[in-house]
Ligand binder design. Structure first.
Ligand code: ZN
Length: 402
């Protein structure tokens, strides 16, 4: 029987929720506030065909009895590749099919199946998109074993972080679940990611671009905090800044290269920016208005259904920069978003300011409920978010007609 460090057995040992703020946001020097904390995965491995070497990488955990979690679609796409790689290292995984929603019900179901099977798992490999990765981190936590993350797309911040975004079985957002440990391994196969629909890579750029501006806001504001409730290291700010710089410099080139079927250094750089720099950047650097707005947007059913996270973050970022009176930066971001085909106007979000004003104001009220809405040194209200959004929409329209 598998035991956890506290001596209790198997599943159920890690059912207590973990709250990083209770540990890290505690002031360490009188009233000067919390310490600086950097959060990152133990190992990040990126390159063409690295997934073929997964078995070798698992040896550093070490793991001999992984549970591999993937959707049916991912199993057909990469299941054989993962099994072959593990087999070469003499490892046979237990494959579990992820049914698509990162809900507590699905996580408990998978952890329960593994537990009841008697399979003494020593790691959980999550191979797929954001929801599968988030579910894998949850299952690993419940089984008391490390998570190994193999993203198939580069559109989310999920791979590197010690947090999952939870949903109801119907797909309505509930909130984050935090974990005491970051993923043990993040294995990013650039050939696999470059062969996924390019919309994901582009959406990931919108998310990655925001990382720097949001971290900068949290860093500058003495009361700004990162995802674990701690102050921001200059290392995290530098990673976030490099993230934006890389996206501006290599984003357009990477899209062209992927469209030509090539994986050059710009593609490698963008995948690293979208996955590692953006992941560590947001978790250690903190989030702000861009993500609060993106969260608020999801209360509008069509936005929730038809748009990717990074597509909504991009437009939220322009509004954040307008609120911060960073007009030149707002224009620079707008021009990039347009170049790569990310939405910048309400029209592109299939919204109309007259018809949908109430829905948008409701979305901005929802945005204010996000903890990231309170990171500015000035007061932010649903109305100020709304007018920043209208201004962002106008600014995008102006530069179109110019
Ligand atoms: Zn994000």
């Amino acid at each position: 029987m598998k035991t956890d460090p506290n001596g209790s057995a198997g599943i159920g040992t890690n059912m207590e929720p973990f709250f990083p703020e209770r540990i890290f946001s505690v002031a360490t020097d009188g009233n000067q506030g919390s310490p600086r904390v950097l959060i990152s995965p133990h190992r990040y491995i990126q390159g063409k065909d690295v997934l073929d070497h997964l078995g070798r990488y698992l040896s550093i955990l070490p793991s001999r009895r992984p549970v591999a979690l993937m959707t049916e679609g991912s199993r057909q796409r990469i299941g054989a590749k993962i099994e072959a790689s593990l087999k070469q290292a003499g490892i046979e995984p237990r494959i579990e099919i992820f049914r698509g929603e990162c809900s507590y019900e699905e996580v408990e179901r998978i952890a329960g199946v593994v537990h009841q099977s008697g399979w003494a798992a020593d790691s959980v490999i999550a191979a797929g998109g954001g929801k599968c990765i988030d579910a894998g981190k949850c299952v690993g936590f419940r089984l008391g074993v490390p998570a190994v993350i193999c993203p198939t797309i580069a559109s989310t911040d999920a791979p590197c972080s010690a947090v999952s975004v939870m949903y109801t079985p119907e797909g309505v957002g509930i909130g984050p679940e935090f974990f005491p440990n970051s993923p043990a391994l993040v294995v990013v196969d650039t050939r696999l990611i470059a062969s996924s629909p390019i919309r994901h890579l582009i959406a990931g750029m919108g998310d990655a671009l925001a990382t720097f501006y949001e971290a900068r806001t949290c860093f500058r504001n003495p009361s700004g905090r990162n995802m674990v409730g701690a102050r921001i290291t200059i290392a995290a700010l530098a990673l976030a800044e490099l993230c934006a710089k890389t996206v501006f410099e290599d984003g357009r080139k990477a899209i062209e290269a992927v469209r030509r079927g090539e994986i050059d250094s710009s593609v490698e750089n963008i995948i690293e920016a979208n996955t590692l720099l953006s992941g560590v950047g947001f978790e250690s650097g903190g989030l702000s208005i861009a993500h609060a707005m993106a969260a608020g947007f999801t209360v509008i059913p069509t936005l929730h259904r038809d748009f990717l996270h990074g597509e909504l973050v991009g437009i939220g970022l322009v509004a954040q920069l307008i609120l911060e009176r960073e007009r030149d930066e707002a224009r620079k971001v707008l021009s990039f978003l347009k170049d790569v085909g990310l939405p910048t106007t309400l029209d592109q979000l299939q919204l109309n300011i007259q018809r949908d004003a109430n829905a948008l104001l409701e979305a901005m009220t929802a945005a204010m409920k996000s903890p990231f809405a309170n990171t500015e040194p000035f007061e932010v209200t649903p109305e100020s978010l709304f007018s920043a959004l209208i201004r962002a929409d106008q600014m995008a329209g102006e530069s179109v007609s110019r």
